[in-house]
Design a protein around this ligand. Sequence first.
Ligand code: HEC
Length: 150
Amino acid sequence: MKRMKIVAAVTVLLSVGFFVNLTLAESEGIIKYRQNVMKTNGGHMGAIMDILKNRLPLEAHVLDHARSIQQNSKMTLEMFPKGSGFGDTKAKPAIWENWSKFESAAKAFVRESAELAKVAESGDMKAFAKQFRATGKTCGSCHKNFRKKD
Ligand code: HEC
């Protein structure tokens, strides 16, 4: 029994040491990085919105914007290592407290943006507009749960 407790204690210590392994400077570096990547998500989504809303004769561009978002989506989880919640960030601690839920949110983003790129390839703008909204929802629902308002 006592042995079990020691093993448990050592395991906890090791995992704490293993996971909280970013210095403040490292944490701040990755925070800036992920905010920049997120800004490009916002830029591409905004650009698509401009094309759709203003019926710009640039429909051929939506494929590249969609592909860029899809590429970005695959980076999401790696941009939030444990210990990167300290500094000038809006990331909520809930990310690391509830990692599997965050993971699902990131996977939904990967899935819907892959579909967005696929629909863009088809050239069906009506279907594209619908999938654009579905993709936007994955941004919004992750932000709702995991990003601080202000
Ligand atoms: C799995 C969760 C998740 C998904 C999906 C997600 N985001 Fe984010 N996003 C975040 C978190 C968390 C932050 C706060 C990051 C920080 O401050 O460290 C953020 C920050 C941002 C920011 C602010 C960046 C800055 O200047 O600080 C923008 C813009 C943004 N996201 C846009 C998007 C768009 C657009 C999408 C979808 C195409 C998207 N995000 C998908 C979690 C997500």
